[in-house]
Design a protein around this ligand. Structure first.
Ligand code: ASP
Ligand code: MG
Length: 421
């Protein structure tokens, strides 16, 4: 069994869905295919939720946009408008209509999961029906019967034991020993023990692929993307990016931690635990090798990787009488960051000050600054950027800092991190 994952961009329109069919037909294996909502559907459904919860009178209009988008794709995939998929999709949208008929009194995150999850349900139904219509026989499967979570809506935690058991029981039994079996299922969604739909956090479909690969002891996982593999930098910021051919799980986790956004950070760990190789490949050039992530560390340091985070705030905290910053201060300061939910990207302390680089979330920061200001002297520098270079040398540092003021620099053996303006 191999696990494939196709994200929103790989099913963003009818041609993209057709391309998924081409890729799947290149393989002669049992496949579990995890698919996200089409294109920006998750954002569009988030708008539906917001309108409904705020009662702003636009909910029907927003829902109609989502319906039209999918109908347009279906019309291009199916010649026959009597194809049962039309009724199936209609009925699936009715589930949202039922949700929004009631007055918006239930908790936001709960409602969010019931509505937003429909994006994945619809996308997999369309892809599955299309593949069957062109002779790629497959089974549509509702992954909420397998991925069991707690009821932390929008950020649900996996119950691994139950999920593994259900995956073995329900998915493996679909395998036909005489022919290859293709299962088409949803990323991003699961269900709680009370049988309510949950979601795993934005961009969570990669993680779903990792979960299923782990539970099914898959031979390998392939994430199909619109890039040739994992690159050593974001092409938005760098023009001569290089592809990483093979990196270790450890390196992939480090890159994800520093903010490289190709793979959802939670995806790697379950694969590493069972030593399941992960490929990141191009859905445009599916025969190209892409990037292989496995236990091999030999190539980790061949190419420096650059990870940029922009629009951050550098906060510098000192004790009012300029005495030393001591452990009791640090413990109090960390407590404040944690209670205001401000995530620290980088920190450094000197004798009399403690500096941290954080996301620019004005609302959270204002509250945090006020609380810090009661006891400390606080200075901050807005609109700074944080550049992390893995496997750097002096030349890479020199090249990337031309014309910039370096406010703070941290070096370890493998990484350099610089806060710049
Ligand atoms: N559709 C979800 C999202 O856009 C999950 C995913 O794409 O991974 O966040
Ligand atoms: Mg996506």
């Amino acid at each position: 069994m191999k696990v494939f994952k196709f994200g929103g961009a790989s099913v963003k329109n009818a041609d993209a869905v057709k391309n998924v069919g081409k890729i799947i037909s290149l393989f002669n294996d049992d496949l579990t295919v995890v698919i996200s909502a089409m294109d920006k559907t998750t954002n569009a459904l988030e708008k539906v939720v917001e309108s409904y919860m705020n009662n702003d009178g636009k909910v029907v209009e927003h829902l109609q946009e989502v319906k039209d988008f999918h109908h347009n794709i279906m019309n291009q995939l199916f010649d026959n408008t009597n194809h049962p998929i039309y009724e199936d999709i209609h009925n699936t949208f009715v589930e949202i209509e039922w949700e929004i008929e009631e007055s918006p009194e239930r908790p936001y995150d709960y409602v969010y999961d019931q509505i937003v999850s429909i994006g994945e349900v619809i996308s997999t139904k369309i892809v599955s029906a299309y593949l069957n219509s062109i002779g790629i026989n497959n089974n549509w499967f509702d992954i909420r019967n397998v991925i069991r979570t707690d009821n932390t809506h929008r950020d649900a935690r996996i119950d691994w034991d139950i999920t593994e058991k259900l995956a073995q029981e329900q998915l493996l039994k679909k395998l036909n020993p005489n022919s290859k079996t293709i299962i088409i299922t949803q990323g991003f969604i699961g269900s709680s023990s009370e049988n309510f739909t949950t979601t795993l956090g934005r961009e969570g479909s990669d993680f779903s692929a990792g979960i299923l690969a782990y539970c099914l002891n898959a031979e390998n996982v392939t994430i199909w993307k619109d890039v040739p593999g994992m690159l050593n930098a974001d092409p938005k910021f760098f023009n001569d990016t290089k592809k990483l051919n093979n990196i270790s799980y450890r390196e992939a986790i480090e890159l994800a931690y520093y903010g490289a956004s190709v793979i959802h950070p939670k995806t790697i760990k379950p694969l590493q635990n069972k030593n399941i190789p992960l490929y990141v490949k191009s859905f445009v050039n599916p025969n190209e090798p892409g990037t292989l992530i496995n236990e091999n560390t030999a190539e980790d340091s061949l190419i420096p990787s650059y990870i940029f985070k922009k629009n951050l705030v550098l906060i510098s905290i000192s004790v009012r009488d300029y005495s030393f910053i001591m452990e009791d201060h640090l413990s109090h300061i960390f407590g404040l960051f944690s209670s205001f939910g401000v995530r620290i990207h980088l920190m450094q302390n000197s004798a009399i000050s403690f500096s941290v680089c954080v996301d620019n979330n004005p609302q959270k920061l204002t509250n945090l600054m006020t609380a810090l200001g009661e006891k400390y002297k606080v200075k901050y520098n807005e609109n700074v950027e944080l550049l992390t270079i893995r496997h750097y040398d002096e030349e890479t540092i020199a090249k990337t800092t031309i014309g910039k003021e370096i406010l703070l620099i941290q070096k370890s053996r493998n990484s350099v991190r610089m806060v710049m303006k």
